[in-house]
Design a binder for this molecule. Structure first.
Ligand SMILES: *Cc1c(COP(=O)(O)O)cnc(C)c1O
Length: 464
């Protein structure tokens, strides 16, 4: 039987081999690798099996069936990679096996969260004293922040929703842009605020809320702004909306799953202008900060609003001297997400983070320039890390996307923008180099040529 030394060393060797091979494999697993997964569909063994065999099977069958999203040429779905130091920190933290829910169950986890939160509030330009929690992703961060909003507005109306429930509560209204991310609507639904009751405000050509289309606001309204549209990367105009919302006593929540990180770059912080006036913010660390899944962050201007909504019971009021992690998240027991967030921030530093953001935006602009130069339509203003491109009519665009994905040099997904099919390029991996961008651009243009050649030869065939 392998000792723990042999087993963990073997895992490290296999992981390194996996990472070394990323550059030379197709980004998406091939059909053979997917078919091999059948080998895992076995009955539960009756007897113990050698752990080394378990690991061998996982690597042999599992590794080839992964999507190489931690490599430099994956541009789908705004998926970050994992900085090597965050993987290493994650391994160490897994060995620690801490329950990060309570200070008493892990002083180190609680301390790293304290430190990382202080750094993040500063880095992201949020108001001093902002409180936060470490959740699974931006969906849960949206949920958690909106729970704090719901509680706070209802309390102001004389209703304790946590105690009394929502059935006879004064109604709250949620206002979002027509381009709000689906996760905001899911959070609204989970919170009993009613997806169907949400007021959707018209947006402009980049997906930004049109401020003059905003309804009158009041102190029973939650306004959800978006910092970084998942298609265009555009930001809702916070400077136009936040002051009026504040004056009316409304709550402003920001979904900034990746866009919030623009604040960490002096060159691009202007995109986040006015957002510090909001009441709560949601973001991901597993996207632009490049830490392993799953890792999201929720922030609330008034930490007590977040704690009021998330603490287990009113008892916290007497006991808390220090920040108790589980009083700021829906979960009690959970892993030490703060370890990797801290490790990324500590290692990159202020300048390293800004450089990464700036580099990705430069890469996105290079994609846009190359595609435009080849005669294709870039459908968005490339101010952030997102590029939308059309290769002609919708059918052609979809064929080019399929060809790019099949060919394997890089991977991009498809989307629909203002009624047109588009290929979406999201640059968010620390490991993407200029060479990766050029190689991927070549592959995209080659795919587009192949599709066009095929359709013109078909057209020739029809003309006979
Ligand atoms: C990715 C994303 C989300 C959801 O984040 P998860 O981490 O997948 O839960 C929400 N909003 C925006 C704008 C996003 O890009």
């Amino acid at each position: 039987m392998a000792t723990k030394h042999e087993l963990l060393s073997d895992a490290a060797q296999r992981a390194l081999r996996y990472l070394d091979d990323l550059d030379s494999r197709a980004v998406y697993p091939d059909d053979h690798a997917i078919r091999q997964l059948a080998e895992l569909r076995k009955p539960l063994p009756d007897d113990p099996q050698p752990p080394a065999e378990t690991l061998e099977l996982l690597d042999r069958v599992g590794s080839p069936a992964t999507v190489a999203s931690t490599g430099g040429r994956y541009f789908g779905f705004v998926i970050g990679s994992s900085l090597p130091v965050t993987v290493a920190a994650n391994w160490l933290a897994a060995a620690w096996g801490q329950n990060a829910g309570m200070r008493a169950s892990s002083p180190i986890s609680a301390t790293l969260e304290d430190v990382a939160l202080t750094w993040l509030v500063d880095l992201l330009g949020l108001p001093k004293g902002t409180g936060g929690g470490f959740v699974t992703g931006a969906t849960m961060a949206n949920f958690t922040a909106l729970a704090a909003a719901r509680r706070t507005l209802l309390l102001r109306a004389g209703w304790d929703g946590e105690e009394q429930g929502l059935f006879d509560a004064p109604p709250l209204r949620v206002v979002v842009g027509e381009e709000a991310h689906v996760s905001v609507l899911k959070a609204v639904a989970m919170l009993g605020l009613g997806r169907g009751r949400v007021l959707r405000v018209p947006v402009d050509g980049q997906g930004r809320i049109q401020p003059d289309a905003m309804p009158p606001l009041d102190d029973r309204t939650i306004v959800c702004l978006q910092a970084g549209n998942v298609n265009t990367g555009a930001f809702d105009p916070a400077t136009d909306i936040c002051p009026a919302a504040k004056q009316a006593g409304a709550w402003v929540h920001v979904d900034g799953a990746f866009g919030l990180w623009a604040a960490a770059s002096p060159r691009h912080a202007h995109l986040m202008h006015g957002y510090a006036d909001a009441d709560s913010w949601a973001t991901d660390a597993h996207k632009w900060l490049n830490v392993p899944y799953d890792s999201g962050l929720v922030f609330c201007r008034n930490a007590e609003h977040l704690r009021g909504a998330m603490a287990m019971s009113a008892a916290y009021l007497v006991t808390d001297q220090q920040r108790e992690p589980s009083h700021f998240t829906p979960e009690l027991s959970r892993r030490s997400r703060g370890v990797e967030v801290w490790a990324a921030l500590r290692t990159l530093g202020r300048r390293g983070i800004a450089d990464m953001i700036d580099r990705h935006i430069r890469h996105a602009q290079r994609f846009a320039e190359g595609l435009r130069h080849a005669g294709f339509d870039v459908l968005n203003d490339v101010a952030l890390n997102q590029v939308l491109v059309s290769f002609g009519d919708d059918r052609t665009t979809r064929q080019v996307i399929a060809e790019v994905q099949r060919e394997g040099t890089c991977w991009c997904g498809g989307t629909q923008w203002r009624g047109r099919a588009a290929m979406r390029i999201s640059v968010s991996s620390w490991s993407t180099t200029e060479a990766d961008v050029e190689r991927s651009l070549d592959a995209m243009l080659r795919a587009a040529r192949n599709v066009c050649d095929q359709s013109s030869s078909q057209a020739d065939a029809y003309s006979f």
